[in-house]
Each structure stands twice: as C-alpha cells, then as structure tokens.
Design a protein around this ligand. Sequence first.
Ligand SMILES: *Cc1c(COP(=O)(O)O)cnc(C)c1O
Ligand code: SF4
Length: 344
Amino acid sequence: MAITEMDELASLIELREDEKAWDSSGESTLPLLISDDMVSLLPIEAIRKQFVPSQKENEDTIGSLDPQEEKEHQGTERLVHRYRNRAAFFTTDRCFAYCRHCFRRRFTGHLSGPANEKEIKEAAKYIKEHNEIREVLLTGGDIFTLSDEKIDSMLSIFKTSCPNVIFRLCTRSVAVYPERITENLIRIIKKHMYGAPFFLMTQFNHPAELTEKAVHAVSLFIDSGIPAYNQSVLLKGVNDDEKTLIELSDNLLMARIKPYYLFQGDPVRGTAHLRVSIERGLEIEKNIRKELSGLGMPQYTADLPQGGGKVILTHTYYKGSVNDNGKERYIFETPDGEMRYYPE
Ligand SMILES: *Cc1c(COP(=O)(O)O)cnc(C)c1O
Ligand code: SF4
C-alpha cells in the first residue's frame, strides 16, 4: 500500500532530522503520499528528495502560494485561460504520489476532489465559445486518478462540445503508478480520438523513474497514436547536473518520448530548498545543448510571476552586430566559445 504517514515511512527508511521535523499542518503543506513504485525507489536520493517531505518546506517563507496568479486568469471554476489559444482544465486535485516540488500546491491534494459534471460542462461551454482555444491541457492533480467511467464521461463531454480541440493528457501516473495505464483505459481514450489528436504529457525528472513498467505504460499511448512529450523540473539534488539530464534525455528518446520542457522551479512557498539558481540553470542548458541532439534537447523555461507567462531561458549565441567598412555583420559566439561573423 502507498505510504501516507511518517511513521510508516520511518519503518522503511531511516529518516533524517529535517524529514522527521516536517510539520504537516502548515498552510502551504502538501499531503504525504508516496506510491509503491516510488517507495521501492526511495533508496535513490533523487527519488527521496522528490517525495519525502522535509521541514525545509515549512521554513520557506519567500515563495508565493500562487506565483503564476492562475486565479486571475480563471475562465471557469476549473479552467485557467492565460494564453490566447490554449487553456488548462483541473480535472482533480489528486495524484498517486505528491511531489514535494509541486508548483500547484495551493490546489493539489487539498480535497477539492474531481471536477463534477457541472464544472466540466461549464468548461466545455467556455472552450466552445472561445474558438481561439486550440489546445486544452487536462491537468490537475493527475487525470488518471479518476476512474475509467469518470474519464470516459469527461472526455465525452469535452469531445462532443469541441471535437476539433487538441487535448493534452497531463500525467505523472506513468512514472509513479504505471499499472494505472490499463488496456481498458487506453480503449476509452481511443474511443474519443476523432477530430483532433491527443498528446500525452509526462513528468520524468530522473532516469531512475524510467523503469521498464513506466516505459511500457507510455508505449501503450504511443502505440495507440498518442505522441508523448516530457516536462521535467530542474531540481536541486535530483537532476541539477549535466550527466543526469543527458542520461534522462537519452532514456526518454529511447522510450519514444520527446523532451519538451525543463522547467525552472517556480517560486512556490515550500519549495525553495529544491530550486536551482537561474544562473546555474543557464550554464546547464548551455552544456547539455552541446551533448544533445535537437530531438533530445528540452527547452529550459521559466513561468514568470504575476501571470507573466512562460519564457524560454537560453544562452544567447547572438552577440550583436558591427559595421565593417559600411557592411553590417552579425557577431555570434559558437557553442565552443569562439567568435564568428555572419554577413547580413
Ligand atoms: C504551461 C501552460 C499552458 C501550455 O503552454 P505550452 O507552452 O503550450 O506548453 C497552457 N496554459 C497554462 C495555464 C499553462 O500554465
Ligand atoms: S504529479 Fe504534478 S500535480 Fe501531482 S504533486 Fe506532482 S507536480 Fe503536483
């Protein structure tokens, strides 16, 4: 059974002082929940850091609870419409395991539960009425914590109302509870695959999460015609080194998953101890780009505070221009640090 109490955890691993001192009663606290698959990986430090709570969460007072001000961009009760052509629907607040770095802590695991029929219909109506919306993220929480019946009825409502909208199925279940991806679930999703494709959006942060079972779970989607993209979070002590990220990308590609984003950790209260400086992040981005193919390279991205939206963070190779005897020439730095001039 999944772990929900510190006592249970203490009988499995030797807890450290900061873990023992975790206070589960704070405003910014995320519940403790670690799935069996992740419990078995806890000996790996990178997994432990992602799932075992620490008192450091309670000590963080800098971050905001809703740094992206998603509340300000609410289309309906469960729908955030922040970008003109896409929106995010919160299917449920539940996950199979709660990541200590979760940026949606104000919402995740706080008992609002699955979206009800009224909320789904409201969102479907909103999306239909805003025909500039081309893509909808079915996120949360984790959509696959919902029952097969609930997923069936949700997709049915959405697809009937807006058949030509692309729906992204955002889930961490393939990593933390791959058994959830059953033939029946895939059959239900395929039933609603008309008018526009589905995309699977996974979250793998460390190569150890790409177990044989996880890779198999993802393959069920891909084999059904649903492409898979991965969103990682850059996390201190988990994947903030070049070697780990390169291995992660290699393993993702071997599993036919395209590395899509590498997120800078949002300034969410309770996650400061897991954040990496943007300066170091940019250095990592530059270094791994030299080692990875275009397919393997994720976009290092920050979600700006006050609803500023996502921006790509990248080392800039373009260094300006010079006027050379009346001719304008661009100056570039090569990935190896040399200079090159590029004619206008
Ligand atoms: C990230 C995000 C999206 C999707 O953005 P992409 O850059 O297309 O992946 C849509 N809506 C919200 C609210 C988001 O945070
Ligand atoms: S799976 Fe996603 S929503 Fe759930 S706790 Fe992890 S980061 Fe948060």
